[in-house]
Write a protein that binds this ligand. Sequence first.
Ligand code: FES
Length: 176
Amino acid sequence: MPAAKKRRKRAAKGRSRRSAPAASEKKLARALEKIIEEHLGVSGALIPVLHKAQRLYGYLPEGVIRRVSSGLRVPLSEVWGVVTFYSFFSTTPLGRYQVRVCKGTACFVKGAQRLVDEIVRRTGVEVGGVTDDGKFSLEVCRCLGCCSIAPVVSFNGRIYQKVAPKTLGAILDGCT
Ligand code: FES
């Protein structure tokens, strides 16, 4: 193959690689618009729209929050209020496995902090952060509503009850 043709081919490859994230951004933006359109004028639509947006993006970036606000014509302060009130919304990127350790009173007295420490030790994730490989994110929250089986840890919404530091290894190993 002539050198010039090879160079053109390499350049085209580079362009398509660079434009891939922009293309997927556009796709996400279109999907978000569709969600907003479907809920426009529907009362109580804010939380379902935020849920769908979070599922789409993996979290709720500021730009998405602003778009939901303007798209649904809900004041930005109200949208922020909802996002920050409910622990299931996140404004930071989440891991493939979203780990939540309950540190409500019942869980706290039954050793929730030791569970946090063990997860940090085993995965290297920080509270409020994501592992470098994007596998785990870790958050602490207040009362998951199942105090009688404290301490509890949630993995992608699945609740594990009466968790002890030594049983966390098996749970984490099951996250493939
Ligand atoms: S305090 Fe943890 S579930 Fe209620």
